[in-house]
Ligand binder design. Sequence first.
Ligand SMILES: Nc1ncnc2c1ncn2[C@@H]1O[C@H](COP(=O)(O)OP(=O)(O)OP(=O)(O)O)[C@@H](O)[C@H]1O
Ligand SMILES: [Mg+2]
Length: 369
Amino acid sequence: MATISQTLLTPAAHADDGPALSLSQITHHYGDVRAVDDVSLDVMPGEVVCLLGPSGCGKSTLLRLAAGLETLQAGEIRLQGRTVAEPQRRQTPPEQRNLGLMFQDSALFPHLKVLDNVTFGLDGVPPSERRQRAMKILEKLGLEDYAASYPHLLSGGQQQRVALARALAPEPALMLLDEPFSALDARLRELTRDDTLHVLKNSGAGTLMVTHDPEEAMFMADRIALMRDGRIIQLGTPYDLYCHPVEPFVVRFFGEVNEVRAVVENGEAHCAFGTVPAPEFADGTPVRMLIRPEAVSVRLVKESHAHQRSHVVVSRLLGRTSLLHLCVHTENGGEFHGHSRMPGVFLPAPDQPVAMELDPSQVFLFPIP
Ligand SMILES: Nc1ncnc2c1ncn2[C@@H]1O[C@H](COP(=O)(O)OP(=O)(O)OP(=O)(O)O)[C@@H](O)[C@H]1O
Ligand SMILES: [Mg+2]
């Protein structure tokens, strides 16, 4: 982002203190509902970890427990090695946890100017330094001209930046963000999260951020914890989750896929889309093939009887890629609906016969029990 100077804030010296946040074996119930189920997770200084998952999977509950907004029932929470929550023994209040909070709604103080919103949490800092520190962060976020404005005069994206500046001003060791961009429209969301990422990475704080948007998680995160029903299903880099998913749920969460069944033969899985190697499965193993649309490469063929083989139903330009809806013909005379995503502008006409090939790196095989 052009508005951001990378050098204004030097990373705070948190790096030697072990994890910024350490969650151990956290379980949390609301009445009979088990919202969080035996979750352990560390966030290192300078690291951005995203909690990703469908609605109701326990993301916000976990974040609120880390913040101290919810009383811990089971497990242990440590910040920079210091235990801040243990059931029945210790429950350090949020303001004593050295953390910054940011939510979907910026919740700025409407009667305070932007600068005063940002200096609000700087009680321990000498008054002469407060303004300087706040201005530094505002400059980093391209907001220096708004220091004397009241929040209601700012756009939603600017208000979220002020909220970020306010949370970061006390130089917390840990930042906790719950869907901070979800109230912004698409373009503003992109700009705001870009700025946010660079400011967070530059601050040296560890960050735990909640989102239900897989693309946002991949954009922001060093590591992603994908959750379902209160549990972490997979924890790893965006690359790990996207390219080495441990379960069909992980594949499907990152986008719509073609799903077919096959039986492994001669170390390969074969279906109407094509063939991929399956060396890890014994011959005869029934498998579920999850095929990302971008794995289906389409070639146009000449054929007089178009409907006797796989053909295009309709093509749509999505921007950087084109989505082809296909009528896929199987060898035994069946047909089903499938999707291919081709790079750039590739818009064959309806009924165009096609041949297909698979990119094995975006096809995932799971045994059918
Ligand atoms: N204060 C509460 N009282 C009772 N049940 C709650 C409370 N807060 C959350 N729950 C329940 O706990 C589960 C986890 O909720 P949580 O808010 O942590 O999910 P989430 O992953 O943040 O979902 P979303 O993406 O919709 O924000 C859900 O079943 C929810 O209904
Ligand atoms: Mg939530």
